[in-house]
Design a protein around this ligand. Structure first.
Ligand code: GTP
Ligand code: MG
Length: 347
């Protein structure tokens, strides 16, 4: 079909969950894996996000081919972290709004907590598909760690008692999810992924289960989100994650571009407390690879254009009142500007 031939962008995967359940550690582990397998010139670190290329996911998922067959058409996965502290509801709300797919991280020992429920309700309200990463399996009594192994391989090597303890915890999570109207099961026991939320046991500390987590994310998002991921080369659309003052640059905005192409010199329209802002992109900044950073002021690389999905820092005048969470549109004609302003006012 025609859709088959179209270029797909990376799904935006937002990590949500209760404070201290291991979201950041999990992303660090995933990023570490990806950086270790980085090809020269490949940018995997974005502003406010990181990307795992499909090449890396396919390598990691190779031993799982029989259980999770993935041939990837998406170019990779773009991950965004959110804080779990109760004060950061706004960040989680923005996360929910830009998420194509989400990982709900739950500490397998602690189970559901306040912000687990809050995150689940945000995902449900926005109909965001998600899976549950049942994290910290290395804390299950008797667990013997097999660093970076697939969960199923590591699980097979645990004692009967430890397997039972893990499964009890999974049943407990299934019960919690059931209370909020979700059918769920351990990922390797699911027959119909359209009706059942996958629970993937992982350890962000040992890396166990990361191969399955990435394979499931890539496989599910590619299969069920295809229409949503078709890349169009038109005017960029994005969401502002953060407004930041930068020494020497004034106010800048960190933006996730989810469609189109953004270029230096483009006119952008975005929301502020005082109504829409119309301004021109003066510079686009991407993080430099770690080994190329010479000084603390030298963290960014100036680029002429970026292509969705991407996290980028935009330098432009008149951003003083910009607000996190607003949509951002490229608009290069008077008609497009009017149109974009109206969309911002409708938010
Ligand atoms: P917030 O951003 O504050 O919401 O927390 P978070 O969800 O990002 O948790 P974070 O990654 O900061 O981890 C919290 C603590 O749990 C840290 O001390 C981690 O080292 C620890 N931790 C995270 N994942 C694991 C895991 O898989 N196993 C064990 N044993 N500890 C973990
Ligand atoms: Mg964190």
């Amino acid at each position: 079909s025609r859709i088959e031939e179209q270029k797909l962008r990376q799904p935006i995967v937002v990590v949500m969950g209760h404070v201290d359940h291991g979201k950041t550690t999990l992303l660090d582990k995933i990023r570490g894996t990806s950086v270790a397998k980085r090809e020269p010139g490949e940018i995997t670190q974005h502003v406010g996000a990181s990307v795992v290329p499909s090449r890396v996911i396919e390598q990691l998922a190779e031993p799982l081919k029989k259980i999770i067959p993935v041939k990837l058409k998406i170019p990779g996965l773009l991950f965004i972290d959110t804080p779990g502290h109760e004060l950061f509801m706004n960040m989680r709300r923005i996360g929910g709004a830009i998420s194509d797919f989400s990982i709900l991280v739950v500490d397998i020992i602690e189970g559901f907590k306040e912000q687990t429920v809050e995150s689940l309700q945000l995902l449900r309200a926005r109909k965001v598909p998600f899976l549950v990463a049942a994290n910290k399996i290395d804390k299950i009594p008797g667990w013997k760690p097999y660093p970076n192994e697939a969960f199923i391989n590591s699980y097979a090597k645990q004692s009967q008692r430890t397997k039972e303890l893990l499964d009890e915890r999974i049943y407990h999570l299934m019960g919690e999810l059931g209370r909020y109207g979700f059918n769920s099961d351990r990922f390797d026991r699911i027959k119909d992924f359209t009706r059942t939320v996958s629970i993937v046991p992982v350890s962000a500390k040992t890396g166990e289960g990361i191969p399955e987590l990435l394979a499931m994310l890539a496989g599910l998002s590619q299969q069920y989100l295809k229409d949503r991921l078709i890349f169009t080369s038109g005017n960029a659309k994005g969401v502002v994650l953060e407004v930041k003052e930068m020494p020497g640059l004034g106010n800048t905005i960190d933006v996730i571009i989810y469609d189109g192409i953004l270029r230096k010199g483009d006119t952008i329209v975005l929301g502020s407390a005082e109504g829409p802002i119309v301004t021109k992109v003066r510079n686009l900044l991407m993080p430099k690879p770690l080994q190329e950073i010479r000084s603390p002021e030298d963290k960014f690389l100036s680029v002429d254009e970026v292509v969705a999905a991407v996290g980028v820092k935009i330098v432009a005048p008149d951003l003083d009142n910009a607000v996190a969470g607003t949509q951002l549109y490229v608009a290069n004609t008077p008609e497009e500007i009017e149109d974009a302003k109206n969309k911002i006012l409708e938010e």
